[in-house]
Write a protein that binds this ligand. Structure first.
Ligand SMILES: [Zn+2]
Length: 257
């Protein structure tokens, strides 16, 4: 059975909105570590203008603190960052992909659709975050039915089952990442919602912002509906969290309050 660590790997502050975090997972099993999303990276803090661009840094409210990186969080937990062999991305937005370069030899698993849009130079991505040449593994199609959602099994070198679950909309290739642990599942829902309240409030004010950031808003709303159903019907089998809601980080993950 894996040990699943919840990490805060970044903070974003936009006036008028709650402060949000970058909630990654480190799945440690059989001496290896698989990261789910990579947060804001150490290199981003050293060269934010070069890697992200001043406009993006200000618009998204990036805050840089070496402590709030996946790399440094692993060190603090006593996990050797060299044990990170694989990283699974929900999608490739800059606040999710900045940490990739801190683990330059790791394989990076992502949906084929997301990868295609990154390599085609879609403007929502920050191309320099991929300059180190990640070793991509891409997934087209599904193959697994996961609580009624199409999913693909991720080829990670640990005994733990890891699935890319189709939750498109925020980006066209956006996925959730499901990790099996002790007969139950943890679902990292990525940016399929920003705030947990969206699961119960169909008219939450953050929805307008979410709509504005979506590649396909109809698909985003459909994906949100799937998560509402999962939360209502399968809470016994699935614990779910989103990437940005600070209230979903377990106690002790935030040390700057
Ligand atoms: Zn995000």
């Amino acid at each position: 059975m894996p040990t699943i660590h919840h990490l805060n790997a970044g903070t974003l502050v936009v006036p008028g909105y709650p402060t949000v975090v970058c909630h990654c997972l480190a799945v440690h099993d059989a001496g290896r570590t698989v990261l789910i999303d990579s947060g804001i990276g150490l290199l981003d803090g050293l060269d934010p203008d070069g890697r992200l661009g001043r406009g993006l840094v200000e618009a998204a409210g990036f805050r840089f603190n070496a402590r709030d990186t996946a790399y440094q969080r692993l060190v603090s937990l006593g996990i050797d960052p060299e044990s990170v062999s694989d990283i699974v991305l929900t999608h490739a937005d800059p606040d999710h992909a900045g940490g990739l370069a801190d683990f330059p030899t790791a394989r990076v698993h992502v949906s084929a659709e997301e990868h295609a849009r990154v390599t085609a130079g879609h403007p929502r991505y920050a191309p320099r975050l991929f300059n180190h040449g990640p070793s991509w593994r891409t997934y087209a199609g599904a193959g697994v039915d996961w609580f009624g959602l199409p999913a693909a099994r991720v080829d990670v070198p640990i005994p733990t089952a890891v699935l890319l679950v189709e939750l498109p909309g925020h980006t066209a290739g956006h996925r959730g990442v499901a990790v099996e642990s002790g007969g139950r599942w943890v679902l990292h829902a990525g940016d399929a919602y920003y705030l947990r309240a969206e699961l119960t409030d169909a008219h939450h004010p953050v929805s307008a912002f979410a709509a504005s950031r979506a590649d396909d808003d109809d698909a985003r709303v459909t994906s949100l509906g799937h998560l509402r159903r999962l939360a209502a019907d399968h809470a016994d089998a699935v614990s779910m969290f989103g990437y940005h809601d600070i209230t979903e980080l377990p106690r002790g993950c935030i040390d700057w309050e």
